[in-house]
Design a protein around this ligand. Sequence first.
Ligand code: HGY
Ligand code: MN
Ligand code: MN
Length: 426
Amino acid sequence: MTTLSSHDPGAHERLDAGITELAAYRDPERHGWTREVFSTPYRESRQWTAARMRDAGLEVFTDPAGNIIGRLEGTNPSAPALVTGSHTDTVDGGGRFDGIVGVVGAIEAARQLRESGTQLSRDLLVVDFLGEESNVFGLSCLGSRAAARELTAADLDRQDYRGVSLGQAYADFGLDPTSLTDVQWARKPLHAFLELHIEQGPTLEQRQLPLGIVTAITGIERFIATFSGSADHAGTTSMTDRQDAMIAAAEAVLAVRREGCGAPNHGVATTTRVESESRSPNVVPSLVRMMSEVRSVDTDWLGGVKGRLTSEILVKAGDYGVDVGFDWSTDNEVVQASPGVQDVVASAADILGIPWMPIPSGATHDAVHMASLAPMGMIFIPSKAGKSHCPEEWSDTRDIATGVTALVSTLKALDSAELSRTTATS
Ligand code: HGY
Ligand code: MN
Ligand code: MN
């Protein structure tokens, strides 16, 4: 991998320390690194992030959506600001780098700009967005969604498995559910948004490249299907007389997999939960719920998924005398990265001698929602063995430092770049 002479000598140590210190905020009851939104470890880690930003010389504030923002003043504070950042919450049993690299790295980038005496013309806002990971409410990117005014009253009525609403969870966390989208920094015109993130896939490592420049971010269609059959005695009901909701769900799990495998260009499909209401092993399952998602950067194919899967699952379930109800939701549409921002990242990397490749993102990010506020770009660094959302997630400090070096140079170049505000969704 590339080792750059332009690396700030203290960067490796600071990046290592940041990743390690933040990793200490985890739920001891769960495996891996678990720091889920609204959890106690997450609440405590927000203090760490704010202190880290202040330590780097940033003016820090928390917005009504719970995002933590560190501001590095520009020579012309009235100019539309540059924004960079990511998230520090994790999935259950997650790793130490997903999102965290983009927050710790952005703070490091701001420190390097300040300590090198470089004052941008624009304010630089470094953001740790609240709750990027999909959560028990089934909604991802809470902080960036609110900043983009895409968080709705209906979203706040979503309930977790205990019946607690998202609005109540915000209130319990100390945020006012009635003012979540009153995010003033995001109401002003913004110049560009740039997010540093781990690839979470194997491509950069396989191609032996230290940098990826994201072209597009996948869309996600999610659904919960409820299979209603007939409860019967498991010992006395013949195999042909059953309306077994679990069998219909099993057929649906395979239909979801076939859909993902059949994508003509890019597509994946996953079923992450199947649960029967019945707790007894001797009752034919009558009520089963399943949670699945389908992703693609191919807008046309993704647009047809709901129709294809709904009809196939209904027909198969009908063969077993089982009814099905669907609750579909679009977590986000496919979003294109700004061609102008991609070009600025590419030329900064070329000048630095950092080899790179264009790459679509199969993971979603806060950048999806920030793309509705400003021209958006993302910089990827390699993930070891492509692993992510698991304790084995790993990125070398040297690669993180290379990503930060590219981020610093790109922010400097973006400061004076003219960017067209092309619409983000394709
Ligand atoms: O689900 C995702 O792709 C992201 O990691 N939240
Ligand atoms: Mn992430
Ligand atoms: Mn993630």
